[in-house]
Structures are given as C-alpha cells and as structure tokens.
Ligand binder design. Structure first.
Ligand SMILES: Cc1ncc(COP(=O)(O)O)c(C=O)c1O
Length: 399
C-alpha cells in the first residue's frame, strides 16, 4: 500500500525538506492520524502547529461543507461576502489591539509580507529591524527577515535592502534606530523555528518603548504562537505588550490555508485602496473554517485546556529531563507549545524516528534540528499526553 514516496520521487520537487524518511497518511480525526498502511498514530505535531482543534473537527468540517455548497470563490475585490467580514469581526474581539482591522491572505509568509509592506507604507520609512533566530517565512520579503537557519537564505542573496538583523539586545536596537530610517520592527514573542525560545517580557516592553518614541510600527509575528497554543489567544498577552500589527496563520483555520495581517485601525487607515491585495486572500471556505475554529476554541474552553494540560505536560517533561540530564539540556515554552532542547541533532532524529515507529508523531525545530517540539491540538486529553510521555520515555532509554 505504501508507494507514495516512490511516486513522489518521480514527480514532486526534491526541494521539500522531509522530517521522516517515509511516512504516508490517509486520514485524521481529532488527535489521531491513520497511515496508508492502516496504522493509527497519535499526532503531537499537528501539521506543524496548524490543526489546533484536532484533525477534521466535526464543527469545522460542517462549516467548510456548508460554505462549499454556497460559494467557493468571488475575490474580496469583486464583492463583500459574509465569512470574510465575520472573521474580521471575530478577530477584532480576540486580538490585543482595540478596534483592529484585518487583511487576509493564504499563508504565514504572506501575512508577514503584508505586515512589512504596511509598516513601510504607513510610516514612509524603508528600514525594518528583525531579530537573530527569527523565522518569518520563505518568500523573498519574509526570508529577508528570517535567520533561524542561514541555509534558508543560501543561494537567494541579495534579499530585501534596508533590513537590519539585531541581537536580542536593547542597546543594539537603539543603535540601529539612531543610524537608519526604521519603519517597522518584527519579532516572534516566542521563537518557533528558532527553537521554542520565549523572548523576555522586559525585552518586548523595551521594544514597545523604542517603537513609540521613534514612530516605528511593532509587528508581532504570531503565525506559530497564535490561536491559543500558549494558553492565550496570542503569546504577547503573557508579556502584556500590545503590538501595532500582528500576523496570524497556521492554526487560524484548523489547517486550511489562511493568513491574516491585523493592525490598529489608525495604521490600516493609511493603507490606500489597491496598495496591497490578492485574488484568493480570505477565501470564503477558509474564512468559514476560521470562524468555526474560533467558535470551537471558545465553546470547548480550549485556552483553559492548553494552560492546564500544558502545565502538566511541561512538568512531566521536566521530570523526564531530570532523569536524562546527559541528553536533555532544557524543557521550555508555554501552554501546549513546548520544546525539549537536546543541544544536538543526532539524538533528536533518533528519538523522533523511534517515536514514529511506536506510532507517536513528533517533529524537530531549532536552527540545527536540536529541539523536539511538542505541539499537540488544544483539545488533547491527559490520557493521550500520558501515552505520548510513555513512548518518549522509552525513546530516551533507547538512544
Ligand atoms: C513565526 C512564523 N512566521 C511565518 C511563518 C511562515 O508561514 P507559512 O509557512 O504559512 O508561510 C512560519 C512558519 O513556520 C512561522 O512559524
């Protein structure tokens, strides 16, 4: 039955990096994936942090089906339609900025492109500051602010001009502001592809102060951290710092392709009609899935579940780390967005392969693939966490 890999090798571009040598999936439901070989897997990777309500949540699927029967596409430039406007209304209620407005696209990288363009356009200043270890996407603009792996940039330089990569040091940031015309600053409140490293709240507060004093727009890239993974809708809420622009994607529509660039109304007011746009952005079916996703997160109290079970999972992983001090350097992160840092890629590869063979899906992160990320659906159950922990413990004993 397994033959997708062989077929793919003939027809699919080899550019795609694969976490596993050969893993073929047929279907998913909740926290379970079913392989093409009929085997059942417990999914703690969620399609790289996307299926926040689990695979094919019945309410999300019902909303998709209902919308698919009505209207697949019209383009927001041609006509207003309910799911686009409804989703913008729902986001306005959950983002940390008051009265924010939304622009929709298809992916995280496009949400970042939109944010960078908006920052340049609204401030009329060309410069962008980004931070070492950040990941913001693969298209040329967002790649210019990405440094989590320098390999991503190899072969594509020169990238966008007037981008300044700063260490996580307020003085370095102040120095860049003093010597360049900076319009925007972009940071993930918790580095995702950079290794699940939380940025210190005081550093985010200092960035907020520097942006306020220098007419710079502060962009929080919450593509990976957003939609409840850390136990709040957005990770920046833990630090109590409100950005000017927030980028969202991944979990927003439970796995359907959708991105959002959300900004304060007074900033959006400066973006002239036609200054940005797209044919498919905010597709009706994807927006309907996103509205349903927000509804499920609220109704099933999934932020609370992410906090409660996240604390339980983190404490359990820390105990596992204490029993394996030579292997594990640190357990970190928040809610159900946790990283286990091994400081080396070999044990990580061996462990994720071992876990896959025992039907647990875990994937790596970090510049050198040295961290295992634990990012299950927000409706994960304690018994499923315990099952995953038992497999992980076996894996640690075997490397
Ligand atoms: C923080 C962050 N920003 C942007 C992106 C790019 O999103 P996409 O892969 O949907 O283009 C990612 C993807 O991992 C991300 O983690």
């Amino acid at each position: 039955m397994k033959n997708l890999k062989a077929r793919a090798q003939a027809v699919v571009s080899p550019v795609l990096g694969m976490y596993f040598d050969d893993f073929e999936v047929e279907r998913g439901r909740g926290t379970q994936l079913v392989g093409r070989d009929g085997e059942k897997y417990l999914d703690f990777a969620t399609g790289i942090a996307c299926t926040v309500t689990g695979h094919c949540h019945p309410r999300v699927v019902a909303a998709i089906k209902k919308q698919a029967e009505k209207l697949l596409h019209i383009c927001i430039g041609v006509a207003y339609y309910e799911p686009y406007v409804k989703l913008a209304e729902e986001l306005q209620k959950i983002v940390p900025m008051k009265g924010a407005q939304s622009f929709f696209c298809q992916s995280g990288t496009e949400a970042v492109e939109a944010a960078l363009k908006l920052a340049k356009y609204a401030t009329k200043k060309p410069g962008i500051i980004a931070f070492q270890g950040g990941f913001h996407g693969r298209t040329l603009g967002s790649l210019s602010v990405t440094t989590s792996k320098m390999k991503y940039r190899d072969g594509y330089e020169p990238l966008l001009p007037e981008v300044y990569i700063s260490p996580l040091d307020p003085q370095a940031v102040a120095g860049l502001i003093a010597s360049h015309e900076i319009g925007g600053m972009i940071i993930e409140p918790l580095l995702g592809e950079g290794g699940y490293i939380e940025i210190k709240p005081e550093f985010l507060r200092e960035l907020r102060r520097l942006c306020d004093e220098n007419n710079i727009l502060l962009i929080f890239d919450e593509v990976q951290t957003g939609m409840g993974h850390t136990g709040k809708w957005f990770a920046c809420e833990h630090a109590g710092v409100v950005p000017d622009i927030i980028t969202i994607a991944k979990g927003i529509a439970s796995g359907l392709p959708l991105g959002a660039c959300v900004a304060k109304q007074e900033i959006m007011a400066k973006w002239s009609p036609g200054a940005h746009g797209g044919t498919f952005g905010g597709n009706p079916v994807c927006c309907a899935a996103a509205v349903a996703t927000i509804g499920v997160i609220k109704q099933e109290k999934l932020l609370q579940n992410a906090t409660k079970l996240g604390n339980y999972l983190k404490a359990s992983l820390q105990r596992l780390a204490a029993r394996n001090p030579r292997l594990i350097k640190e357990v970190r992160g928040r809610g159900l967005m946790l990283g286990i840092d091994f400081g080396a890629s070999e044990p990580v590869k061996k462990i994720i392969d071992f876990c896959l063979a025992r039907k647990l899906v875990l994937i790596s992160t970090g510049g050198g693939g040295t961290v295992i990320r634990v990012i299950p659906a927000l409706n994960i159950k304690k018994a499923e966490i315990d099952k995953a922990l038992a497999i992980l413990a076996q894996a640690l004993a075997n490397v």
